[in-house]
Each structure stands twice: as structure tokens, then as C-alpha cells.
Design a protein around this ligand. Structure first.
Ligand code: C2E
Ligand code: MG
Ligand code: MG
Ligand code: MG
Length: 292
């Protein structure tokens, strides 16, 4: 009886799955054209110093203005793009859009200290990456950071020589490496020591849960103390309330981003927002040798 029910349930959801797969296939088929037509765009989310309130940077987040589906978010299409081998091209485009935004800011006398872009694993292996950065970002007054999902460090791809080579070349150019979504499940001390990121980005939702439990809170605080000793500062993301900011400050996060400061903004709104904010002064990226 249970088995038949189970089978019935499977039958019931099959049309939905088929439909989802069709939507997926439709989306996938339009990615190359969408890239060519410039339908991918970047939103920008400001990041601030928790203690001074000064703007320290911004993160570029990809969006797709799909002619039929409307505004699509990364969750709607990034996996498909990755499966199709097109995520490198999206990341390249976002880098260009981020650069264009920095140019517009500088033309208005706004010197954003740093711009962050998310880099997918295939893009991290892309031999064009260092040259793209070198040709576009060199001599900018704005720093550049790349955000890597921590999962990258723990699958076998981390041993790909091209990744090592790319990361080294980027560091030599002064690009900072930020570990994204740290603590979401796949972090390890070994991975941290291997990659030695300049910054940890911590999902606020994770911290929110941890802080309710005194034991977990101690663990999170201890991890941040250890990484601080390695010269790695932490950014809290997804900070939505005054309580959130108090909590992340209490465990030693230095920077934050989230709806409390500003949601991801379209370029004109981003420029308007920044024109009313105080910018932190750009600090020189510490070389590996400068670390304690
Ligand atoms: P992420 O890098 O961890 O980005 C932070 C996410 O938190 C963004 O989701 C942002 O819109 C969202 N967020 C901002 N403020 C708040 C808040 O106050 N509360 C909460 N709960 N969330 C907030 P988004 O834009 O949907 O991006 C999702 C993920 O997609 C990103 O996570 C990143 O991993 C990936 N992604 C985004 N843009 C790119 C890109 O250009 N290239 C690649 N490879 N990945 C990207
Ligand atoms: Mg990110
Ligand atoms: Mg993140
Ligand atoms: Mg995330």
C-alpha cells in the first residue's frame, strides 16, 4: 500500500519535473544569445566598516533581464550556465560591467575603495583570467577582490595547476582573494591554510543561528579569532537588522553588507547611494610576506 502511494506521488510530480526541465532547457538555449545581446547585467551591493560606517567596497551580483521571464536571479540560471560551459563568459561580462561602474563613479569623483566580483570554479581555471584583469583593472584607483566559494578549495580542482597559477598572478597584481559563504558547511583549516584568503565572508543566517546557542557562539567566535590571528578580516553578509549588526560585531566581524545598509542596486541607484556616503580610504593590499 505504502509502495503504491509512493509510486502515485512520483507520478503526480512527474509533470512538474518535466515542466521544470523544459523551462531549464529553454533558459539554457537562450544563454548564448543573451550574452551577445547584453541581457546580463550587474547589480551592486555596498559594503561598510561596522565601526565607522564608511563604505569599504561593493559586490557585483549578476542579474538577467530576460525578455520573456523578466528579472532572473543567479539561482535561476547559474547552474544551467555552468552545465553548458558558459559561466566563464558570464563572469567575464560581470567583470567588465563592474569595471564600467567604477569608471562612472570615478568620473563623478567617487573613489570606491574596492570592487568584488564572484568567480566560479571554471572561471578560476580560465587561462584568460589574469590577462583580463591585467588589461582592464591595472592602474585603477579602485581595488579588486575576487570572491571564491569555499567549495572550490575542497574538491579535486584545487590541485589544478592553472588555478594556482591564476591565483598567484592575481595576487601579484594586488587582487584580494575573499572566501565566500565561509562556514556554510565545507570549510576546513587545511583549506584555509592552503588558499590563505585575505577575507572571509560569513553568511549572517549562519551566525544568527549560532548566536542563539552559547556553545556554537563560542565556536564561531573562536574561528574568527584564529583567522584574525592569520591577518584575515571577516565580512558579514545578509545583515538585515540592528540586532544582526550587534551580533556580528560582538564576534569580531569588521565589515558588513546586507539590506540594513542597502540591497543590491542597479547601477544608477548604486551611484546615487554612494554619492551620499563617506568612503574609506583605500588601503594597500598586504603582501603575503607582511602577514604575521
Ligand atoms: P553570494 O556571493 O553569497 O552573494 C550574496 C547574496 O545575498 C546575493 O544573492 C545577495 O543579493 C543576497 N543578499 C543581499 N543582501 C541580503 C540580505 O540582507 N539578506 C539576505 N538574506 N540576502 C541578502 P544573489 O544576488 O541572489 O546571488 C546568489 C549567489 O549567486 C551569490 O551568493 C554568488 O554565489 C552567486 N553569484 C552572483 N553573481 C555572480 C556572478 O557574477 N558570477 C558567479 N560565478 N556567481 C555569482
Ligand atoms: Mg559573493
Ligand atoms: Mg556569500
Ligand atoms: Mg551566498
Amino acid at each position: 500500500e505504502a509502495k503504491r502511494n509512493g509510486r502515485n506521488q512520483v507520478c503526480q510530480i512527474t509533470p512538474q519535473i518535466t515542466q521544470r526541465m523544459q523551462v531549464k532547457r529553454q533558459i539554457a538555449a537562450t544563454i548564448p544569445g543573451a550574452l551577445a545581446r547584453g541581457e546580463f547585467t550587474a547589480y551592486f551591493q555596498p559594503q561598510a566598516d561596522i565601526n565607522t560606517g564608511e563604505i569599504v567596497g561593493a559586490e557585483a551580483l549578476v542579474r538577467w533581464h530576460h525578455p520573456a521571464c523578466g528579472l532572473l536571479y543567479p539561482a535561476d540560471f547559474l547552474d544551467i550556465a555552468a552545465e553548458m560551459g558558459m559561466i566563464e563568459d558570464i563572469d567575464r561580462q560581470v567583470l567588465r560591467l563592474a569595471l564600467a561602474a567604477v569608471d562612472k563613479l570615478q568620473a563623478r569623483g567617487i573613489n570606491l575603495p574596492s570592487m568584488s566580483v564572484n568567480i566560479s570554479a571554471p572561471r578560476l581555471m580560465d587561462p584568460r583570467l589574469p590577462a583580463d584583469v591585467a588589461s582592464s583593472w591595472i592602474d585603477r584607483r579602485c581595488g579588486l577582490s575576487i570572491e571564491l566559494l569555499e567549495t572550490i578549495y575542497f574538491d579535486d580542482r584545487r590541485e589544478v595547476p592553472q588555478i594556482k597559477e591564476n591565483l598567484q598572478q592575481l595576487r601579484d597584481m594586488g587582487v584580494e582573494i575573499h572566501s565566500d559563504d565561509f562556514g556554510s558547511g565545507r570549510a576546513s583549516i587545511i583549506g584555509l591554510l592552503k588558499v590563505q584568503p585575505d577575507r572571509l565572508k560569513i553568511e549572517c543566517s549562519m551566525i544568527r543561528t549560532a548566536l542563539r546557542d552559547p556553545r556554537k557562539r563560542k565556536v564561531v567566535a573562536a574561528i574568527l579569532e584564529m583567522t584574525r590571528a592569520l591577518g584575515i578580516a571577516a565580512t558579514a553578509e545578509g545583515v538585515e537588522t540592528a540586532d544582526d549588526i550587534a551580533a556580528v560585531r560582538s564576534i569580531g566581524c569588521v565589515y558588513y553588507q546586507g539590506k540594513l545598509l542597502a540591497p543590491p542596486l542597479q547601477e544608477p541607484a548604486f551611484i546615487a547611494f554612494l554619492s551620499h556616503q563617506k568612503m574609506a580610504t583605500k588601503k594597500k593590499t598586504a603582501g603575503r610576506d607582511d602577514l604575521p
